[in-house]
Design a protein around this ligand. Structure first.
Ligand SMILES: NC(=O)c1ccc[n+]([C@@H]2O[C@H](COP(=O)([O-])OP(=O)(O)OC[C@H]3O[C@@H](n4cnc5c(N)ncnc54)[C@H](O)[C@@H]3O)[C@@H](O)[C@H]2O)c1
Ligand SMILES: [Zn+2]
Length: 364
């Protein structure tokens, strides 16, 4: 059993990782929940595959179990659905002393977690993530959210889970494209923090080989995220490093209206492009982008997305987070070591920002 602790004072919690862990969920939850009732949010794809196993384990541990099966996919995260989630909790008579479980991918984790955070001013919850993206990223760190018509994740808060139970065997039923999606984030962790992880990923050939080492890989990713989150819970500094590839990635997702390219695919291209730009400006060593490209290709991802530079600059400039005209981009000093580069949206316009070498020359 692999066990990590996310250190956040009174909000600290454990992450447990093991193939087959789902069957022991009940026993694990007893450690943090002495009450009787538990309420599961899950989705219509996960439920027929795994819900009975989870329920059985919870029954055996003596819990009385209620659940709500949501439609699969991002539209479920619409803020307009919140009333339905609260209604399901009310119908089950859930009180502040009960426990909510989010059992699914990032969609269920985010909206179910947001419901937990806000229902009766906050009920404790546990994440049991079932996609690779959720197991390495969204289930850890306490960001929960719903989507507004104007944009994704625009309503949300920080609400840390009391425990995260990760069963990598659940990934066997994930489609190749959702698996690759999660690999985009896995490669990101290697790129920003761990060159050993990155070299492992650049040596593994595809999903089967990744699954042989999946527990180790998930543990490494969660450890990186847990450390960064512990130092910057509310996302005001270091946590920005987790956005490597995301400025361009978000612009691509937006440009294609969240239809054509998934988040992981967009971030994959984003990591390559930002590194290519950084290389041209001598901010990253030559060959960085190429190493990323090769690794992406090994895991069903690609840097080739037709995308217009103006659309990118436009997206970065009108981004709501960028009212000041300033912009932080995440770059690699080398593979395994990222830094925050404060700049402006012009960073993405070719030849406007002087390279370090030029600046030094000018100073002489
Ligand atoms: N909170 C955070 O910090 C954070 C971080 C990254 C992403 N997110 C959010 O996560 C969401 C994306 O998450 P996602 O990629 O997991 O999407 P998702 O939850 O939609 O899951 C992807 C698909 O896989 C299916 N599925 C889930 N587990 C399965 C399994 N074991 N076997 C077969 N099918 C399975 C789902 O039903 C769905 O169709 C986005 O809304 C994004 O904003 C949140
Ligand atoms: Zn991401």
């Amino acid at each position: 059993m692999r066990n990590l602790r996310v250190n956040l004072d009174e909000n600290s919690y454990d992450i447990f990782i093991e193939k087959g862990l789902l069957n022991q969920s009940g026993e694990f939850l007893k450690k943090i929940h002495t009450g009787k009732k538990v309420f599961i949010f899950t989705d219509e794809n996960v439920a027929p595959l795994y819900l009975e196993r989870l329920k059985k384990s919870l029954d055996t541990a003596g819990f009385s179990v209620f659940c709500d099966i949501l439609p699969a996919g991002e539209p479920t995260k619409a803020f307009g659905n919140m009333a339905k989630l609260y209604a399901a909790l009310l119908a089950a008579g859930i009180t502040r002393s009960d426990l909510i479980i989010t059992f699914g991918g990032g969609v269920v984790g985010d909206i179910g977690g947001f419901a937990a955070a806000t229902y009766l001013r906050g009920v404790k919850f546990v994440q049991i993530p079932t996609t690779l993206l959720a197991q390495v990223d969204s289930s850890v760190g306490g960001k929960v959210a719903a989507d507004l018509p104007e944009g994704k994740n625009l309503a949300g808060c920080f609400w840390q889970p009391k425990m995260v139970l990760i069963d990598p065997a659940l990934l066997e039923t994930l489609s190749d494209s959702f698996f690759a999606d999660g690999m985009g984030e896995v490669i990101k962790y290697g790129a920003i923090r761990d060159k050993i992880l990155f070299s492992l990923l650049s040596a593994l050939r595809g999903r089967e080989e990744v699954m042989e080492k999946i527990e180790e890989i998930i543990e490494t990713c969660c450890k990186i995220k847990a450390e960064i989150v512990a130092r910057d819970e509310k996302d005001t500094g270091e946590r920005m490093l987790l956005n490597f590839g995301h400025t361009i990635g978000h612009a691509i997702e937006k440009e294609y209206r969240y239809q054509t390219y998934s988040h992981g695919q967009a971030v994959a291209a984003g990591m390559f492009w930002i590194s290519q730009i950084a290389e041209k400006k001598s901010l990253s060593p030559t060959g960085t982008a190429e190493k990323i490209r090769e690794t992406l290709h090994r895991h069903g991802l690609s840097e080739t997305i037709p995308f217009n530079q103006n659309a990118l600059i436009n997206s970065v400039t009108v981004d709501k987070k960028n009212l000041t005209g300033k912009l932080n981009v995440i770059l690699l000093q080398e593979i395994g070591n990222a830094f925050i580069h404060p700049t402006t949206p012009e960073f993405f316009t070719p030849e406007t920002e002087k390279t370090f070498a030029e600046k030094e020359d000018a100073g002489r």
